[in-house]
Design a protein around this ligand. Structure first.
Ligand SMILES: *[C@@H]1O[C@H](CO)[C@@H](O)[C@H](O)[C@H]1NC(C)=O
Ligand SMILES: *[C@@H]1O[C@H](CO)[C@@H](O)[C@H](O)[C@H]1NC(C)=O
Ligand SMILES: *[C@@H]1O[C@H](CO)[C@@H](O)[C@H](O)[C@H]1NC(C)=O
Ligand SMILES: *[C@@H]1O[C@H](CO)[C@@H](O)[C@H](O)[C@H]1NC(C)=O
Ligand SMILES: *[C@@H]1O[C@H](CO)[C@@H](O)[C@H](O)[C@H]1NC(C)=O
Ligand SMILES: *[C@@H]1O[C@H](CO)[C@@H](O)[C@H](O)[C@H]1NC(C)=O
Ligand SMILES: *[C@@H]1O[C@H](CO)[C@@H](O)[C@H](O)[C@H]1NC(C)=O
Ligand SMILES: *[C@@H]1O[C@H](CO)[C@@H](O)[C@H](O)[C@H]1NC(C)=O
Ligand SMILES: *[C@@H]1O[C@H](CO)[C@@H](O)[C@H](O)[C@H]1NC(C)=O
Length: 758
């Protein structure tokens, strides 16, 4: 048994050593040549300077690589030698010595410097290749060692295994490997933490349970049942989603992940409200007959691997928008009765996707129906799955706060038109991007929930003071706003929730960074919530109006976008943000006062008007729990991006509008009190259908060189159709073309849904 193993090992060692020497000597020769050639080429020293620095860096790196390769080989040889204790030793030591000499020679060569960049590159690729081969061989050897260990174990398995009083050994008939495995596990269970996750604690009993139920090497213990894959399948397949009346089922998987700490806190603090909203929605609509889907939720930004640390920063005044949205999405999915699978790390993801990374088998695999992640999470997903991620592509929904416009999403278009940034070029269907606010109708509006006053009684209890609360947790938001704040201070007491170390005007009563519920209490005592013009488009202003404050919303001059603002730079859209909070701006007076904060007259006018009014708390339905439940439920049930035949919203909702030249469909629909619905673009991409909407195409042409198609020329009656479905877009316009726009109606305060959609 042992003999052939050893021969194989030896052959491999020899091969390895030769391969290594070959690879080392190759660059040696190349270097020799390079040196000769170099003498002829170096005529322009001064010009070469910056290059030189670069070269030296590379050389240093190359040296490091070489060292690490040598180390790997050394280790490898050590392993082989150690394993080889009873065979007559091969002259491995000699090889090693030779390798060392070679290495020393190489290094002297390098000391002489003067390597040329191309040579170095070539060398590096050689080295990488060698490294890969070494890794491969190493793996082979390991595998062999393992095999040998197994045989040894089997040979020794006749040795008695100490019986456990609680766990009499069952009959091993039909399980020839059981004893060997037991023995191995007894010693090795600590080598991989995954075993203890399955309940192995070193006791014979726990090992037997593991080996019989998780892996199937041993017979199942009397009185225990092996988990049947059948049962799980039926759960995955056909069960119905029932509105849950508690979020309790969610807490265990939130509690055991530190990345979800903030999310857990928010969900728990709103648990009661969610449950009530679920009841209320199911009283209004027939929510039976829905299939329970398996939904994977992987917020890439909270993973430690992303390096973003937003999960921790959230407790220190960091941005909360994403975490708010994730919390509310998770609550929504749970209330709606779906099967939720939470992932907060790459190992979580691998485990869920059934990618084996350790000694234990992957968790039972479920057929996932829907995946919520973000751009970072999507990249992690692609890394974990390599090319097979495509299989999941149409199920993915990407939470994308500010939105991705179609031209930025289209990889080839973006490259050709210089729109490349860190986030675009994903080639998803634009509706797969889920935004925080209804930005471009090309994306889907997911939204979030604004916690608000529970009932009128509560509002009577707290009397509003002559008080303003400033929106800004970090000192830099306050910089340069003193005169603006001074005006406000003339009318109201000014309170803040700023990082305590910040330098702020001394009349500000600062509460420091406080919890969400405390902020809400402060809002209920205040009359005005004061925007400082940054941060843009956060959740807080809606929270303020929902708690009865008026919001002072600074206008932005000029409007900010990725073209002129550091903050939006690199974001995959060119949407112009006209004030700190455009959604609030659209709500308007008496709730939202959009002002120029540097114009004293304007600020004072707004303040007097606010103080001379009394407003009720106001919150658009789409930002309530019930509104979010309604919206997300319809999206889950109806928005099918995997099937090419599915069409939603229903075509009956379509209203065709011709945009004036130079106008986008977003604007044209809005002007008619409608919203652009990109799902209808394919229907309008046909001269026959266009004829029905009184667009008379006498000639037509198909093109993929514009984002405004279908469109037509009013003079020549020439129609232009779109050939690339990813280039349909609501948001662009062309001065010389009339766009034919697919619009639809929407439910008031639930803009994501058409009236016939529910
Ligand atoms: C180890 O696990 C077994 C089976 O799960 C259990 O009966 C036993 O109490 C555990 N022992 C310890 C020390 O936890
Ligand atoms: C809900 O709809 C299903 C069919 O879609 C129907 O069988 C059921 O009776 C309805 N339930 C109620 C309460 O209307
Ligand atoms: C300030 O606002 C007032 C009222 O809106 C306006 O009449 C005035 O021109 C503005 N002043 C400046 C300097 O912009
Ligand atoms: C204050 O409100 C009263 C009526 O409620 C109105 O007549 C008056 O013009 C208001 N004053 C200002 C400055 O808005
Ligand atoms: C055009 O409209 C007519 C009647 O309104 C309808 O019967 C026909 O199916 C439509 N044709 C197309 C291509 O939509
Ligand atoms: C197209 O041209 C006709 C007359 O030339 C005009 O009446 C019509 O309004 C134009 N349509 C659009 C959408 O501009
Ligand atoms: C529209 O048609 C007229 C007449 O054929 C032509 O002169 C004009 O260039 C066309 N415009 C575009 C944008 O194709
Ligand atoms: C639009 O219609 C044209 C002409 O029928 C067709 O060639 C093209 O593929 C269509 N585009 C899309 C995205 O379906
Ligand atoms: C507008 O459309 C015309 C005709 O298709 C095209 O030549 C031109 O480049 C477009 N302009 C822009 C800004 O896209």
């Amino acid at each position: 048994m042992k003999k052939p193993t050893h021969t194989l090992q030896r052959i491999m060692c020899v091969l390895l050593a030769f391969g290594f020497i070959w690879c080392l000597s190759l660059p040696y020769f190349i270097l020799g040549n390079a040196e000769q050639e170099d003498t002829g080429v170096t005529g322009n020293d001064r010009l070469v300077r910056p290059d030189q620095v670069w070269k030296e860096k590379k050389e240093g790196r190359a040296k490091d690589r070489m060292k690490s390769i040598v180390k790997v080989v050394d280790d490898l040889l050590n392993i082989v030698e150690a394993a080889d204790d009873f065979a007559p030793p091969l002259p491995l030591r000699d090889y090693k010595a030779e390798l060392k000499t070679l290495q020393i020679e190489m290094e002297t060569e390098k000391e002489k410097g003067k390597m040329r960049n191309e040579m170095i590159k070539e060398l590096r690729s050689d080295k990488v290749h060698l490294q890969q081969q070494v890794a491969y061989l190493e793996e082979l050897l390991k595998l062999q060692a393992e095999n040998r260990e197994k045989t040894i174990q089997q040979a020794k398995s006749e040795d008695q295994i100490k019986e456990d009083g609680n766990c009499p050994l069952p009959l091993m008939d039909g399980y020839p490997d059981c004893k060997g495995k037991l023995k191995w596990m007894k010693e090795m269970w600590k080598t991989d933490p995954c075993y203890s996750r399955y309940g192995v604690n070193g006791s014979l009993c726990s090992i037997l349970i593991y080996l019989s139920e998780i892996e199937s090497w041993c017979p199942v213990l009397p009185g225990r049942a092996a988990p049947s894959p059948q049962a799980e399948n039926s759960e995955a397949g056909s069960d119905q989603a029932v509105i849950r009346d508690s979020l309790d089922g969610l807490y265990p998987s939130l509690e055991n992940r530190v990345q979800f700490r903030w999310i857990h806190q928010r969900i728990q603090s709103m648990g009661e409200v969610w449950v009530k909203a679920g009841r209320s929605l199911s009283a209004k609509y027939n929510l039976t007959e829905r299939k329970a889907k398996h939904i994977l939720v992987h917020p890439g930004a909270v993973t430690d691997e992303s390096g973003f640390r937003i999960a921790e920063a959230a407790f220190n005044g960091g941005p909360l928008g994403e975490l708010v949205q994730w919390s509310d999405l998770i609550s929504t999915l749970q209330i709606l009765g779906h099967h939720l699978h939470l992932s907060a790390s790459i190992p979580d993801l691998q485990s869920f996707l059934g990618i084996k990374t350790s000694g234990c088998p992957p968790h039972s695999k479920v057929e996932v129906n829907l995946i919520y992640t973000d751009i970072i999470g999507l990249k992690q997903f692609q890394n974990v799955l390599k090319t097979s991620w495509i299989k999941y592509k149409c199920m993915i929904r990407v939470l994308d706060t500010f939105g991705t416009e179609p031209d930025f999403n289209h990889a080839v278009w973006a490259q050709k038109h210089n729109l490349r940034g860190p986030f675009g070029g994903l080639n998803l269907i634009p509706a797969q991007f889920y935004t925080m606010f209804p930005h471009t109708p090309d994306n889907t509006f997911l939204g979030f929930v604004v916690p608000h006053q529970l009932n009128a009684k509560e509002s009577e209890q707290t009397k509003r003071q002559n008080q303003a609360l400033v929106y800004g947790k970090r000192a830099e938001f306050w910089e340069g706003k003193e005169s603006y704040l001074d005006i406000i201070h003339k009318y109201l007491d000014v309170h803040g929730t700023v990082d305590v170390s910040s330098r702020i005007p001394n009349y500000v009563k600062n509460h420091g960074i406080i919890r969400g519920t405390e902020v809400q209490a402060l809002l209920r005592q205040s009359k005005v919530f004061v925007g400082l013009s940054f941060p843009y488009e956060g959740p807080a202003p809606l929270e303020a109006i929902a708690n009865g404050c008026a919001f002072l919303n600074p206008r932005l001059f000029p409007p900010q976008s990725s073209l002129n603002s550091q903050f939006f730079k690199g974001k995959p859209n060119i949407r112009e943000v006209t004030s700190q909070h455009p959604y609030a701006e659209a709500i308007g007076e008496p709730y939202v006062w959009t002002i120029d904060m540097y114009n004293k007259t304007e600020v004072e006018k707004a303040l007097t008007a606010i103080l001379n009014q009394s407003i009720e708390p106001y919150l658009p339905y789409e930002f309530t729990c019930e509104g979010m439940l309604q919206r997300v439920n319809v999206l889950i049930e109806k928005q099918d991006l995997c099937s090419s035949t599915a069409s939603w919203p229903p075509l009956s909702a379509l209203q065709v509008v011709q945009a004036e030249a130079g106008t986008s469909c977003k604007q044209a629909c809005q002007k008619m009190g409608l919203i652009c619905e990109p799902a209808f673009f394919p229907h309008l991409n046909s001269t026959r259908n266009l004829a029905n909407y009184s667009v008379d195409c006498q000639t037509s042409e198909v093109s993929d060189s514009d984002l405004v198609l279908p469109a037509f020329n009013n003079t020549s009656k020439h129609c232009l159709l779109q050939s690339d479905p990813l280039l349909f877009s609501c948001v662009r316009s062309n001065q010389s073309l009339i766009r034919i726009c697919p619009c639809r109606d929407y439910i008031k305060d639930q803009i994501a849904l058409c009236k016939a959609c529910i």
